[in-house]
Design a protein around this ligand. Sequence first.
Ligand SMILES: NC(=O)CC[C@H](N)C(=O)O
Length: 228
Amino acid sequence: MRAAIILFPGTNRERDMAIALERASGRKPALVFHRETELPTGTDLVVLPGGFSYGDYLRSGAMAAHSPIMAAVRAHAARGGLVLGVCNGFQTLIEAGLLPGGLLKNATLRFLSMDCILRVERSGTAFTNHWQQGATFRAPMAHGDGNYFADDATLDRLEGENLIAFRYVDEHAQPTSAANRNGSARNIAGIFSPDLRICGLMPHPEDLVDPLMGGVDGLPMFESLAAA
Ligand SMILES: NC(=O)CC[C@H](N)C(=O)O
C-alpha cells in the first residue's frame, strides 16, 4: 500500500500518522506539501492528518480545502482511490465537499483533550476490515470543533445507506449523551462516502498503535488499510 500524507501549514499529526502507516504496512508513506499539484505516482491512499491548518482561521479546514494539492486529492477520490481524514483532516474533507455535514464548535465550547470509546458501526470496509462489526476501541481525541452536524435528511441518508463509520459510546457500548462529549448529532464520530473509499473521523486511531503509547486499539484501522 502506497500512502501519501498531505502537509498543510499548521498540520501537526503527520509523524504520528506516518508511524502508524509504516507500522502496519512496512512502507514509509510519502509526505506531500500542500503547494504540490500532483500525488506521487501509484498512490493508493491519501491521508489528511490532524492539526491546525492555517491556524483554524475562517473555519477549521476551510482554507486547507482550497490548497493546490486538493485538486489532485479530488481526482484521486473520483478514481476510487482511498482517502482518510483524521480530525483536522476530517474537517478539511467536509470543507472540500468530499464528505457531507459540518463540524461545529464542541457543545461545551471548550477544547476537549481526552480518550473516548468508539464503536465500529460498519465493518467490512477498507478502513474497518480488521474489526468485528460492533467492536469498541479506545481512541484519543483533541479538538475544538468536533461537533458533527448535518440536517435530518442527511443524517437519515447516512444511517439508511449504512455510511456511519464510528459512534461515541460508553463503557457498555451504548451511544449515550454522556459518551458524546462534543455533542455530535446521533453520536457520530466518523462517516464514509457512498462508495466507502473516503472515511473521516474526529478521534485519532494513529495515536494508539504501540504498547509504548498505552495501547494498540487504533492499529486495526491501519492493518485494514495495509491489506486493502
Ligand atoms: N487535533 C486536531 O486535528 C485539531 C483539529 C482542529 N484544529 C480543532 O481544534 O478542532
